[in-house]
Design a protein around this ligand. Structure first.
Ligand code: AMP
Length: 306
């Protein structure tokens, strides 16, 4: 992969003081085509907005390695189930624009749902195996929506590299698989999870939590630490680790487990015995808010999820 060059950026007239917001998908694609024609390297961060430090870390990574940084903000209706929080998903475009400007974003792609899914729309991308388990069980159409919108966004933004967070581990695995299976012409970079000072993974949905739920929500991180400690103390029986994690989470009043699972890092297939590497995945309802988190267990590396 070519390295980003400063002089080509200056030539193209992009930079923080010139950040542009594009709403029209056709215009986004024409702009991306022009930028590519000028030989510029496009880094892309797809989001649903209501930006926080986790998103900012992706923008910083993109800024470091690209000539042009494109951020998309789109609360994608096709990845929400009929009874999920599409209508009340938090939004604050002005704050997002300010944060994007500060992170050196060149273009915000901020389309309307009707322009992404006009009347007559009927094409979806389905990654078969990886989407059946875990979040795919309680959210059966979620990953179809994610894969579809990412395909559309990749076709419109034409990135050389797109940045995703490890926080949504299954999503990153699905996107990687899709890009490989469909021979898409871009690289996927997955960046570490950014946490609040007390360990809670940052998420736009954390604003839904009541003070009590916010306190109890620490059990996600605590149980991941517990898994890590057990693993590094020599425990390799996945069931024993899951049992201890479940007990910790179940001791919190507002917590209801969706799943706690230790799986292969690529296939996401359940493991009985952890050999050198695995990923712990969990989804827990805190009241009505469903939170996810994960951590990689790897022999010979320091403890994670701190
Ligand atoms: P979202 O706006 O929640 O759809 O997230 C957009 C991107 O930001 C996805 O690739 C997420 O995985 C990533 N992301 C969300 N939260 C975090 C976090 N706490 N740390 C790192 N990346 C994150």
């Amino acid at each position: 992969m070519r390295k980003a060059s400063k002089s080509s950026v200056q030539k193209a007239g992009v930079g923080p003081e010139r950040m542009k917001v594009i709403r029209d998908p056709t215009k986004m694609q024409a702009t991306a085509n022009r930028l590519r024609g000028e030989g510029l390297l496009i880094g892309f961060v797809p989001t649903m907005g209501y930006l926080h430090e986790g998103h900012a870390s992706l923008l910083r990574a993109a800024r470091k390695r690209s000539d042009v940084v494109v951020l998309s903000i789109f609360v994608n209706p096709t990845q929400f189930g009929p009874h999920e929080d599409l209508a009340k998903y938090p939004r604050d475009i002005e704050r997002d624009e300010e944060m994007a400007r500060q992170e050196g974003v060149d273009y915000i792609f901020y389309p309307e749902a009707a322009s992404m899914y006009p009347e007559g729309y009927q094409t979806y991308v389905n990654v078969e195996q990886l989407t059946r388990s875990h979040c795919g069980v309680s959210r059966p159409t979620h990953f179809r929506g994610v894969a579809t919108v990412c395909t559309k966004l990749f076709n419109l933004v034409l990135p050389h590299r797109a940045y995703f967070g490890q926080k949504d581990y299954q999503q990153a695995a699905v996107i990687r698989r899709m890009v490989k299976d469909l021979n898409m012409n871009l690289e996927i970079a997955v960046m570490p999870t950014v946490r609040e000072a007390d360990g809670l993974a940052m998420s736009s949905r954390n604003v839904y939590l009541s003070p009590d739920e916010r306190k109890d929500a620490l059990c996600l991180h605590e149980s991941l630490q517990m898994a890590n400690d057990m693993f590094h103390s020599g425990e390799s029986d996945a069931k024993k680790i899951v049992k201890a994690m479940r007990a910790n989470i179940e001791s919190k009043r507002s917590a209801r487990i969706d799943y706690v699972s230790i799986v292969d890092t690529d296939t996401l297939e359940e493991l009985d015995v952890i050999r050198d590497k695995a990923v712990v995945l969990l989804a827990v309802f805190m009241g009505k808010t469903r939170l996810i988190d994960n951590d990689i267990l790897c022999r010979g590396t320091a403890r994670r999820a701190r």
